[in-house]
Design a protein around this ligand. Structure first.
Ligand SMILES: Cc1ncc(C[n+]2csc(CCOP(=O)(O)OP(=O)(O)O)c2C)c(N)n1
Ligand SMILES: [Mg+2]
Length: 202
């Protein structure tokens, strides 16, 4: 049986207190609980603070382009059905630049788990608004506030999406259960993980 120690990869380079730490621990704990070994898992990510998560594990990893997490994950699953494929994306990666891939993943229903680190901002590139940023939020490039309404709760409400769960990035048995259910689901499953919002201006 694997232990969480077996999953530990590089030392995370996130800022202290970042919600990403809890997402990392929870996904590792869920995999351990399910008895899945790191060598049975492929973690695919794009670019972003969220995109670093696979490096902090001992799973197989593929770090691709921003917004292209889902096509890579889908192709890998098609090539090797025995892998547990976990796609790790940011809100910008998944609902912005990769929004088209998200829609088609819902339609195609591949057997992969999508973990969205929903911090409601483009974190890595220093805080521009993303599709889930609240209306009126001031950022460096939205000095008058974001004009549009956010996708907000919508990521979890797309028609055709068979498995969706929205959680806060707090460590709890309930969250771990949701991760376990998403990983065990036979088909496309979305876990949208809300993180505390830290805006860099104002
Ligand atoms: C094709 C492409 N477009 C844009 C960028 C610049 N870029 C890198 S990360 C990023 C935003 C990341 O935001 P998000 O996906 O929400 O991840 P976070 O850092 O917040 O976890 C952007 C715009 C890029 N690297 N490649
Ligand atoms: Mg983000």
């Amino acid at each position: 049986m694997p232990t969480s120690e077996d999953y530990k990869g590089q030392v995370p380079a996130w800022c202290p207190g970042c919600g990403n730490f809890n997402i990392l621990s929870t996904v590792e704990e869920a995999l351990v609980e399910l008895g899945i070994e790191p060598r049975e898992v492929l973690m695919v990510s794009g670019i972003g603070q969220s995109g670093k998560l696979p490096h902090y594990t001992k799973c197989h990893t593929f770090n691709g382009l921003h917004g292209r997490t889902l096509p890579v994950a889908t192709a890998a699953k098609l090539a090797n059905h025995s892998l547990h494929v976990i796609a790790v994306a940011g809100d910008g990666d998944c609902y912005g630049e990769g929004g088209n891939h998200f829609l088609h993943a819902i339609r195609r229903n591949p057997n992969i788990t999508l973990l969205v680190h929903d911090n409601q901002i483009y974190g890595l590139t220093k805080g521009q608004a993303s599709p889930t940023t609240a209306q009126g939020t001031h950022t460096k490039i939205q000095p008058y506030g974001v004009l549009e309404e956010p996708l907000n709760h919508l990521p979890c409400n797309f028609a055709g999406l068979q498995f969706r769960s929205q959680r806060f990035c707090r460590r709890s048995r309930l969250s771990e259960r949701a991760y376990e259910a998403a990983i065990s689901h036979k088909g496309f499953s979305l876990l949208d993980i809300l993180q505390p919002v830290l805006h860099l201006t104002r």
